[in-house]
Design a protein around this ligand. Structure first.
Ligand SMILES: Cc1cc2nc3c(=O)[nH]c(=O)nc-3n(C[C@H](O)[C@H](O)[C@H](O)COP(=O)(O)OP(=O)(O)OC[C@H]3O[C@@H](n4cnc5c(N)ncnc54)[C@H](O)[C@@H]3O)c2cc1C
Length: 412
């Protein structure tokens, strides 16, 4: 059985960031991935997908976007190729097409059982992604058998769905983008809206993520949050990356004929029930938006030259009247798209590191099991831990900690 100091599982941006930090410190390791480098971007995104973060906001340890369009938004394949270039740039020791099917403890550390070969290692870094499994609510079981259903990670394009209308469930980034694309393709679309964070694409003459980066909103530390659990559950950003800086907020969707409803409560064959909560949900999103734009205005006032324009009028949206039930058959709906979020999943982890919800228990990437770490999860050290741009902080922290642990072991 070959041995190494550290096995990193997953060659997405987080696993590669970790690999680069270990390489820089001369620490022996391998990166194992069940597919290619950046596999999820190659196989788990719809055809028209683009990052919602601008190209310049893809900083990885020792690597940044150097192309001609720093303010543009990469397609999924472009980003996967960007990651492949990153791996090549430091000759990352990646074993592609090597699925890990069991991680177990040994007296010296871990045995990592994978296709082709087992590894023994002192450390294991789990970098298999927060978004590894689409979360589909249990109520999906009530849907009539003849109706098609697909998750956001399996949705590809309007033409990949059966003819007819579509009920999209979930209004964060994936849900609103898919609903918008379907409506532009002439489909009847009903969007069941749950909690979301609405932001304008541009504000005061700059991309909203430029502001969030400059004001430090993305770098906020988990220890400064009054409620870490609530902070980790913050809804994701309702944004889309396009060259024309257009939005995909409920107003844009309605203008394109998308019918908005409250949260989906139940499905009984062809009948869907919705909560009467759209007004409350949109008010909560409006409050969050007002708070964020207020922080930006304060930063702009204190930082001469930051703003490239005056404050834009607050983009307020009024909630429309919504139905409490809908007969999907009569409404011509043939498909349900579940854009209801993701959850990580570790069926191969034979080490007691999970909480009752199946999430890795950790504090700032460090689990309670000596030598076991996880990166790329939500709000680990900072708010942007699960964003491409945020992995560098957690990877650097962990690599430095491994060096310190090593020094301690040598001293003993
Ligand atoms: C739809 C969507 C859009 C997003 N858009 C953005 C965006 O615009 N900007 C941004 O900053 N963030 C975005 N994110 C968030 C985040 O950057 C991505 O989820 C990112 O893919 C997470 O990177 P990762 O390296 O942690 O995991 P992943 O990219 O998911 O990589 C994990 C790797 O682990 C491998 N793996 C899994 N199980 C095993 C196993 N058993 N054995 C071996 N290998 C395994 C997989 O093949 C995969 O390559 C988006 C997320 C989603 C879901």
């Amino acid at each position: 059985m070959p041995g190494t100091d550290t096995v990193i599982i997953g060659a997405g941006h987080a696993g590669l960031a970790m690999s680069r930090c270990l390489t820089d410190r001369g620490l022996d390791h391998v990166v194992l991935d069940r597919g290619s480098v950046g596999e999820r971007w190659r196989t788990g995104r719809w055809d028209s997908f683009r990052l919602l973060t601008p190209n310049w906001l893809s900083r990885l340890p020792g690597w940044e976007y150097c192309g001609p369009d720093p303010d543009g938004f990469m397609t999924a394949n472009e980003f996967a190729d960007h990651l492949s270039g990153y791996a090549r740039s430091f000759d990352a020791p990646v074993w592609t097409h090597t699925r890990v099917f069991r991680v177990e403890r040994t007296p010296d550390g871990f045995r990592v059982r994978a296709d082709r070969v087992d590894w023994s290692a002192r450390n294991v870094v789990i970098a298999t992604g927060y978004h590894s499994h689409a979360k589909v609510p249990a109520l999906a079981a009530g849907l009539a058998r003849g109706m098609a259903q697909v998750t956001a990670s399996h949705y590809r394009s309007p033409s990949s769905l059966p003819d007819g209308g579509v009920l999209v469930v979930g209004a964060s980034a994936s849900g609103v983008q898919i609903a918008h694309e379907l409506s532009l393709a002439g489909r009847r679309v009903v969007l069941a809206v749950g909690g979301h964070t609405r932001l304008p694409r541009r504000y005061r003459g700059r991309d909203i993520l430029w502001w969030l980066d400059r004001t430090g909103a993305l770098d906020r530390d988990i220890d400064d949050m009054p409620d870490a659990t609530a902070a980790r559950a913050e809804p994701s950003l309702q944004l889309v990356g396009t060259s024309d800086a257009r939005g995909v907020d409920p107003r844009v969707l309605q203008a394109n004929g998308v019918q908005l409803t409250g949260r989906l409560l139940a499905l009984d064959a062809h009948v869907a029930w919705f909560a009467d909560d759209l007004c409350d949900t949109m008010c909560a999103a409006q409050d969050r938006l007002t708070r964020v734009l207020g922080e930006i205005d304060r930063y702009a006032a204190a930082t001469p030259g930051a703003a490239a324009g005056p404050p834009d009028p607050p983009p307020t949206i009024t909630a429309p009247a919504t139905p409490s039930t809908l007969d999907l058959g009569r409404a011509g709906i043939s498909t349900v798209v579940w854009a209801t979020g993701f959850r990580p999943s570790y069926p191969w982890l034979a080490v007691p590191a999970l909480d009752p919800d199946g999430r890795i228990r950790h504090r700032r990437v460090v689990t309670a099991i000596p030598g076991l770490y996880a990166i790329g999860l939500r709000f680990q050290g900072r708010r942007n831990s699960t964003f491409i741009d945020g992995a560098r902080h957690d990877a650097t922290f962990l690599a430095d900690r491994m060096i310190a642990d090593r020094a301690l072991c040598t001293a003993r």
